[in-house]
Design a protein around this ligand. Structure first.
Ligand SMILES: Cc1cc2nc3c(=O)[nH]c(=O)nc-3n(C[C@H](O)[C@H](O)[C@H](O)COP(=O)(O)OP(=O)(O)OC[C@H]3O[C@@H](n4cnc5c(N)ncnc54)[C@H](O)[C@@H]3O)c2cc1C
Length: 381
């Protein structure tokens, strides 16, 4: 359709916050998209290479190692990086490409006609264009514009918390993250070469009352976490002893099937149409895949309607499979209160994980390359 598309970005937050959102896993497939954009090394250099997930039981028994990337290919493994760094790298690239970014512009509503679309922002500003791409996250107003009956996100039963800490004497964990099926809550951590610890917990929680969760202070959460993890193996209680600062406290939601990803001149990408819980470490990578796929469809299709339909056709089966995969992991993370349940889990997991390091069944998550030149868009599922 067009080899040169000019664009402009509008973002609701008032200004970039380097501390917001802690850290995240950029998976092999997301790194492949960043590589295509010439940005991979900027992320890898500042991240923690993390091709192995080492799993532990609540009694401190090593259950097995799961590849965080294609099996037997640690060089291509995923990387954990501060979200602020990923944002910074993307913002720099946007600036280098001459794309204007306006902060403090909260999309309120959208109107479209045959030949154009207009965005209305909360402060009264408007912006006009040929097309509008909503990359506005799991609470997306764009999704509602596309389809007023679009499904809402579903709560997973888990609340995500995490932080950055320094723990005297705790050795770095090169090439790995550690995951602990704690007695009363799931815990993950890694230690960077400079001693900085990135940690998170997934707490089983019955309700997703956002306002109530927001009202819980970091100190209160910390007290809860210290109690929940008090009997878990070293270094979990020690990390929590040294934890401080903001901890998040997000209800973990997902969104499996959104029937309509576009309407007229408006299309949505990323969590707006397929939010995946963090358990697969894939949400940001899927959003990157969407972006490059949509760009290619717009470049190659004769008109935007064809491009949008092709984009959804190419993306939907894959993203729904990933969201489903993450849901299955959540079921293992949710903590049963029964001792028998814990005993069964601890007995079964080593059997599942014994050969996980060489298990190629999850390679489809990571070996998804999106051709930019030549062959049709899309790779293996
Ligand atoms: C606790 C937690 C941990 C996670 N860990 C990982 C991980 O390790 N790896 C991973 O890949 N994914 C992880 N995820 C998921 C990941 O964050 C998302 O999948 C990913 O950020 C989706 O990108 P997006 O661009 O679609 O949406 P978002 O990153 O949510 O970005 C949406 C943007 O739109 C803006 N916005 C929202 N509404 C408006 C509006 N009305 N007007 C203008 N702008 C608006 C927001 O301010 C935001 O900047 C995690 C999520 C959570 C909650």
């Amino acid at each position: 359709m067009n080899s040169r598309i000019t664009s402009e970005i509008f973002e609701a937050t008032a200004e970039p916050d380097p501390e917001a959102g802690l850290f995240l896993n950029v998976a092999t497939n997301g790194l492949a998209v960043l590589d295509r954009l010439g940005l991979r090394e900027r992320i890898v250099d500042k991240g923690h290479r993390s091709p192995h997930l080492i799993m532990w039981s609540s009694t401190g028994k090593r259950l097995g190692t799961v590849p965080n990337g294609p099996a037997r290919d640690p060089e291509r493994g995923s990387v954990v990086v501060r979200r602020g760094i990923l944002h910074h790298v993307l913002r720099d690239a946007v600036r280098e490409a001459g794309i204007p970014v306006t902060f403090g512009a909260r999309l309120d509503r959208i109107e479209q006609a045959d030949a154009a679309v207009r965005a209305f922002f909360a402060d009264g500003r408007t912006a006009d264009g040929d097309l509008l791409v909503g990359a506005d996250g799991v609470g997306s107003p764009t999704r509602r514009h596309i389809d007023a009956d679009a499904p809402s996100p579903a709560y997973s039963g888990l609340v995500g918390l995490g932080g950055v800490a320094r723990v005297p004497g705790l050795a770095p964990t090169p090439e790995a993250q550690h995951m602990v099926f704690g007695r009363r809550s799931f815990f993950g951590y890694l230690v960077r070469h400079d001693g900085e610890v990135y940690w998170f917990a997934n707490v089983t929680h019955p309700a997703a009352d956002r306002d109530a969760l927001r009202a819980v202070t970091a100190e209160e959460w910390l007290a809860v976490l210290r109690e929940l993890h008090a009997d878990d193996p070293y270094p979990v209680p020690e990390i929590l002893r040294h934890a401080a600062g903001e901890l998040g406290g997000y209800p973990i939601d997902d969104l499996v099937h959104v029937p309509h990803w576009s309407r007229g001149r408006v299309v949505a990408v990323g969590d707006a149409v397929h939010a995946t819980s963090p358990s697969a470490g894939q949400g940001a990578s899927l959003a990157l895949e969407d972006a490059i796929t949509l760009a290619r469809c717009l470049r190659d299709a004769p008109d935007h309607a064809t491009a949008f339909a092709e984009y959804q056709r190419l993306r939907q089966p894959r993203v729904e499979a990933v969201v489903g995969y993450a849901r299955a992991i959540n079921r293992q993370k949710r903590v049963t209160r029964s001792r028998l349940g814990i005993a069964i889990r601890d007995a079964m997991l080593p059997m599942f994980l014994r050969k996980a390091a060489d298990d190629t069944r999850n390679d489809w998550l990571y070996n998804h390359e999106i051709a930019w030149q030549g062959s049709p868009v899309g790779g293996r599922r």
